[in-house]
Design a protein around this ligand. Structure first.
Ligand code: ZN
Length: 186
């Protein structure tokens, strides 16, 4: 079932999400619904608070672009990214590489807004999957960026928070205009 994606400034987007202690049928349904909702919106990722549920669950799919990473490892073994999409992850712990790069991002909770965000170019993330198994993923490129963006959501952090100071000033006005447009969308 496609769920409604909440938009900024809905308070749930600022929630510090609760860990998932057990993979219940409700969690599986939520994950399925989030995948469907992300695809319908042509998104690369979606976090539970974006469908108004404050739990540490998010989904990512970067398979629209097979060349968006240079590597992906699962539990230390090189894998084919295309065969490992989508990723559904619970309770992530993120380790950031020291090298940074700037890339353009958007967010399904901010329709038509884009911003250049500086993030680690490489990450290691350990999470629980829907089978309750602990999984470690190392990667770079768009997949590393998507993990950082979605894990921020689970901590109530939004991509606009990570704009540089100059961009934040310009963003305020743009955001005010867009928020009016979003209301008109409904
Ligand atoms: Zn987002």
């Amino acid at each position: 079932m496609v769920r409604k994606i909440v938009r900024y400034p809905e308070p749930v987007l600022r929630a510090k999400c609760r860990p998932v202690t057990e993979v219940t049928p409700e969690i599986r349904t939520l994950a399925d619904d989030m995948l469907e909702t992300m695809r319908e919106a042509n998104g690369v990722g979606l976090a539970a608070p974006q469908v108004a549920v404050d739990v540490q669950l998010a989904v990512i799919d970067v398979s629209h672009n097979p060349d968006c990473i240079t590597f992906m490892k699962i539990d230390g073994e090189n894998v084919d990214m295309m065969k490992n999409m989508p990723v559904v992850f619970l309770n992530p712990k993120l380790e950031l590489g020291s090298a940074k790069e700037i890339g353009e991002e958007g967010c399904l909770s901010f329709p038509r807004l884009r911003g250049d965000i500086r993030r680690s170019s490489q990450i290691k993330v350990t999470y629980t999957d829907l089978e309750g198994k602990t999984v470690t993923v190392e990667t770079d490129g768009l997949l590393a960026r998507a993990f950082q963006h979605e894990i921020d959501h689970l901590n109530g952090i939004l991509f606009i928070d990570r704009l540089n100071a100059v961009a934040k000033v310009g963003m305020k006005r743009k955001l005010a205009r867009l928020m009016q447009e979003w209301e008109d969308d409904d």
